[in-house]
Write a protein that binds this ligand. Structure first.
Ligand code: GLU
Ligand code: MG
Length: 433
């Protein structure tokens, strides 16, 4: 059954998907003419408050739906859902400074210009379906409990041309994980955005809630978003792996990683951007806690992922690394833009990543950490935002006024939860994301 209504959407500064609906019969017309949009919407926080806005009541924009992202999904109980993502421009057609998808496109173009390469990525999402048995990590029984949901999700995702690589019953209470196969970086961000919405809609249609919130309680396992990267030539040859490179990394891959790690504090303001995000980024949560590259280490900010292939060609194609200090409070477009922006600086400056760590860094002395240049991630969003505002090199990856607008947005979000206890914040973010 086709949905009579379709919604043209943007993933905004809050990582929320917002937009406007129209009759599906008008889809081609809307794609050709665009849909009106309001600048101050950029400052609607995840709590629906409006942060300080430079736009006020002024201005008009156009949201251009991109048919490549069209999702026409069959949901449980005979329900349907039709939506697609778009780019926002000024009335004269230039990219709008706060359009997250345009910002990602801009950083990808710059990456391509500087490196001559292309980037593939994929987002690994953890989420929870509260109300289940709460236990049975990785078990067949735990999996069976949610089989109807998992199969409904698979069906719904087909409508967005998304085929998951895996669906698992993760370790946390009622926690699941969906991984998707790698795609071009823009498509990866599109798919991450679509996946979150389709997962929520599938759960809702079954009378359930799904939450991707980074943390639902101080003693509870977090929901991470791990972003995998690989580098390719424009004619499709893999260039992430180099058998003789340190830790198997090619020169551009090592530089890309070094760029992210050097700008990590600032980057985290866009990848882990909620008032509770930093509480997940501490040792022994299997998330990320230090500015390190790790091999075989699920607490590294960037982890070199294992490959199962034996022959060198297949190994080179599988080789990838993942960024672990991200969560679903971030718009996938902004998270990726920050990472690509920082990685591109690394390539431009010919940086080289330090050797991958292989131990529990939380056990090292302060002096050892200092000697090796290892630092903890920012302990609050406020600290990350300060690092972002101060990182002049990284800021060049963004439209000129964007950083100030983004910081004002996030300060507005923080103000909303300023008087809340941690537990109240967990509860509030759980319903938000
Ligand atoms: N739940 C962990 C996180 O918050 C990730 C666990 C894993 O898949 O390694 O990132
Ligand atoms: Mg996981």
């Amino acid at each position: 059954m086709d949905a009579a209504l379709t919604m043209a959407c943007t993933s905004d500064l809050a990582g929320m998907v917002r937009g406007k609906g129209f009759a599906t019969a008008d889809l081609e017309k809307k794609i050709a003419r665009g849909i009106g949009w309001t600048p101050t919407n950029a400052q609607i926080t995840c709590f629906d408050t409006i942060a300080e806005s430079p736009y006020g009541a002024l201005g008009d924009l156009v949201l251009w739906p991109d048919k490549e992202t069209l999702a026409q999904c069959s949901l449980p109980e005979g329900r349907t859902m039709s939506f697609l993502m778009g780019d926002i421009t000024e009335l004269d057609g230039t990219a709008w400074e706060c359009c997250t998808r345009s910002i990602l496109k801009r950083t990808l173009a710059r990456f391509n210009e500087v490196s001559g390469l292309e980037l593939r990525a994929t987002f690994e999402h953890e989420f929870m379906l509260p109300g289940g048995s709460g236990t049975r990590a990785f078990s067949l029984q735990g999996f069976n409990e949610v089989q109807p949901f998992a199969e409904a999700l698979l069906t719904a995702l087909e409508g967005a041309a998304i085929t998951p690589d895996s669906f698992l019953r993760e370790y946390g209470p009622d926690q699941f994980e969906v991984t998707l196969p790698p795609a071009s970086a823009l498509r990866a961000a599109d798919e991450a955005t679509l996946l979150r919405e389709i997962t929520r809609a599938t759960a809702n249609a079954m009378g359930q809630g799904a939450t991707f919130s980074p943390l639902t309680g101080s003693e509870v396992v977090g929901n991470g978003v791990h972003i995998h990267f690989s580098l390719w030539t424009t004619d499709g040859a893999p260039v992430t792996y180099d058998v003789s490179g340190q830790d198997g990394l090619s020169k551009p891959a090592s530089s890309f990683i070094a760029g992210i790690l050097r700008h990590l504090n600032a980057v985290s303001a866009l990848t882990a951007p909620s008032a509770i995000s930093a509480l997940r980024l501490v040792p022994h949560r299997w998330s990320a806690a230090y500015n390190n590259l790790g091999a075989q280490d699920r607490e590294a900010a960037i982890r070199i992922c294992p490959v199962s292939a034996r022959d060198p060609d297949a190994q080179a194609r599988q080789f990838n690394f993942e960024f672990r200090a991200a969560d679903a409070a971030a718009s996938p477009y902004l998270a990726l833009a920050a990472l690509v922006g920082a990685g591109t600086i690394g390539i431009e400056e010919g940086l080289q990543a330090d050797r991958a760590t292989e131990e529990d860094l939380s056990l090292l002395s302060k002096t050892d950490l200092e000697n090796r240049g290892l630092k903890r991630l920012p302990d609050s969003l406020e600290a990350a935002l300060k690092a972002f505002s101060a990182d002049k090199t990284l800021l060049e990856a963004f439209p000129e006024r964007f950083p100030d607008i983004y910081v004002a947005h996030k300060l507005g979000e923080l103000a909303h939860v300023a008087d809340r206890t941690d537990n109240e914040r967990f509860a509030e973010y759980q319903t938000t994301y």
